[in-house]
Unconditional design. Sequence first.
Length: 133
Amino acid sequence: MSGPEGTESGTGSSETDMGSVVNPDNAVLDTTEDVERRKLVQLCLYALDRARSAGVADRIEEGLAEVGVVAVRPDGERFDPAHHEAGGTLPTDDPDLDGLVAETEVVGFTDNGRWLRAPIVTVYTRRSGASEA
């Protein structure tokens, strides 16, 4: 049975049957459930940032990971301004460390691959005047 704009009704379970709304360009729009989930995730991140117990923080982080919200700690990776926020620098004489993330100051998060917040990191920077190895 056909509905408006060529949609079908009564054809079984699908994402659109579950409450997703598709615009004419076939892009899935936010539903009430999506908005509520985002609010709940944001509340969990707020609580995680303020948790004084390492055990509580770990449990919140584990629970978020179970639903696709993953912590990002890029220690040792090349600094990428598209995905990392520089919070500070740490001078180094080692040219191999130049531009790498020394430590994560504030954990970042992705939700099923979509960035929620970038990690704030300290980046190794080569001391000026440091000799080549």
